[in-house]
Design a binder for this molecule. Structure first.
Ligand code: ZN
Length: 191
């Protein structure tokens, strides 16, 4: 009972095989993440959230994550957490912003919840691209986004992390709606 092991769904490898290892265009990176999210919904392997870490300049894909909270029995297993932890494992370092590495970007289907916002701050990520807004997540699905600060974007930028929200927002909203339409489970520990 002294070791953690978190795993992404089995279909991830076959999904990744269909995409190039380098995706340079930010919009294409988001389309990739939204397709990843949709796959997680259709496979019924977790909540309607996906994320990926790319090298900021080269567009090289470093890691992906999807929400696997229920499958892994872990409330921390959000898409952004999985992608960030797997990127750190891939680079074998806790700080993705270390001077020896190129800058890294997190691309996420939904703007981070309170927990993932915190991990973004500690992860060494230099830039975030997000699609759906927290209000979309709460309104469409009913998931709680937690106590994120009012000055959300400024808190990131104050720490040297650029954020570009609402990239392909309507596509991000559509993915959330798909989860609801397919009867996806909305879990909220405190509600
Ligand atoms: Zn989260």
């Amino acid at each position: 009972m002294n070791q953690l092991n978190l795993t992404l769904p089995n279909w991830i490898d076959s999904f990744l095989a269909k995409y190039p290892k380098i995706i340079s265009d930010p919009e294409e990176q988001m389309r990739f993440v939204l397709a990843l999210t949709e796959r997680n919904i259709r496979e019924k392997t977790g909540g309607p959230f996906g994320a990926a870490v790319f090298e900021q300049d080269s567009g090289k894909l470093v890691s992906v994550g999807v929400n696997v909270v229920i499958q892994q029995n872990c409330s921390a297993a959000h898409a952004e957490m999985m992608a960030l932890m797997l990127a750190q494992k891939e680079l074998d370092h806790y700080d993705l912003g270390d001077a020896r590495f190129p800058a890294h970007r997190l691309v996420t289907s939904g703007k981070m919840c309170a927990m993932c916002l915190g991990n973004v701050c500690w992860s060494g990520i230099k830039e975030v691209l997000s699609s759906a807004e927290p209000e979309d997540v709460e309104k469409i699905t009913g998931f709680d986004e937690g106590p994120a600060p009012q000055n959300y974007n400024q808190e990131l930028e104050r720490r040297g992390i650029k954020i570009k929200p609402e990239l392909l927002r309507s596509e991000g909203q559509a993915v959330l709606q798909l989860y609801v339409d397919l009867g996806g489970h909305v879990y909220n520990a405190t509600r």
